[in-house]
Write a protein that binds this ligand. Structure first.
Ligand SMILES: [Zn+2]
Length: 312
């Protein structure tokens, strides 16, 4: 009986071995082909993202911040992975600042659901600085994998509508924030923005602006093409990385970005840096190049900030 039992065991082992061989021959090649397909799709996306730099569309990999080409210029192959509708998709909500007033403006809140930094990106403090609020309007649609991203695309709606720095009856919004630790913000709009910064416990703040000339052109006092930071611990390291990343693509020396401090007194960046300990900076493009070039600088700076914080 022992001999018969042993033969049966050997026969079973042989059958399993044959079945395994069949699976290797027929099933694995299919799996391998699928993997190759996915790899080639991925390469295509990466190649396109270099072509259409900094245009970020809907992500299919939740939290991975895949950079997509402009959706208008790109047709996904039929076999492209479908969008993941899992519950880990960042949650986006809106909050109206200064509700019920003529200053009412939307704050977009993107929550990853994962612990991480709270970053606020602001555009339209000055209504004639188009690259800032145009870029911020794109950033509000970005996905993040960690922390919280707050975007205020049009801080000063009235000024943006009229494309002016500020409404004369209202004054310059970037001088309306506290200039001492006991002072409050000056008016309805600055009070609402200041309250939002405190309420959401903002840790990093990027305020998007534009200058009328290049900072390196010493015949004017403009600060176009500069990053002006408040020197809290850790701010300079990230600010330097943003400037060096941008400058690596700029060959003309006077067009390169400069790293400066401090943001002007009364500005949102100065007040939040000095009195709330926020890692804050003003980012200034020069309004000389085309709008798309300037918007791309703004987007690249925001993207570098979020990458350094491991949020995308
Ligand atoms: Zn400005």
């Amino acid at each position: 009986m022992k001999i018969v039992g042993t033969k049966l065991k050997r026969l079973s082992v042989s059958i399993i071995a044959v079945l395994f061989a069949i699976s290797v021959l027929f099933v694995n090649p299919l799996s391998s082909m699928a993997l190759i397909d996915n790899a080639s799709i991925s390469n295509t996306l990466n190649a396109d993202s270099r072509t259409y730099n900094y245009t970020i569309g809907e992500a299919d990999c939740i939290g991975s911040a895949v950079i997509y080409p402009d959706s208008a210029k790109y047709s996904a192959p039929p076999s492209a992975p479908k969008e993941d509708q899992s519950s880990s998709k960042p949650k986006v909500s809106q909050e109206t600042l200064a509700p019920g007033t003529k200053y009412a403006t939307e704050l977009y809140i993107i929550k990853s659901g994962q612990p991480g930094p709270v970053v606020m990106i602001v555009g339209g403090v000055h209504g004639n600085e188009r690259a800032g609020y145009t870029a911020a309007a794109e950033v509000k649609d970005w996905d993040i994998k960690k922390g919280t991203l707050l975007v205020l695309p049009q801080a000063n709606v009235l000024a943006v509508d009229k494309k002016v720095r500020y409404i004369s009856s209202q004054g310059d919004l970037n001088r309306d924030f506290p200039q001492s630790s006991v002072q409050s913000a000056d008016n309805t709009l600055s009070k609402a923005i200041w309250s939002a910064v405190k309420k959401h416990k903002v840790e990093w703040l990027m305020d998007m602006h534009e200058g009328y000339d290049y900072y390196k052109n010493t015949s004017t006092s403009s600060v176009g093409q500069s990053l002006i930071y408040y020197p809290n611990s850790g701010t300079k390291t990230v600010a330097s990385k943003i400037v060096s990343t941008l400058n690596s693509d700029i060959s003309t020396s006077y067009k390169k970005f400069s790293l400066l401090q401090y943001p002007v007194k009364g500005s949102l960046a100065r007040a939040s840096g000095q009195y709330l300990g926020v890692n804050s900076f003003i980012f200034e493009t020069c309004d000389n190049p085309s709008l798309s070039v300037r918007v791309n600088y703004q987007l690249k700076a925001a993207k570098t900030l979020l990458q350094k914080l491991d949020m995308i």
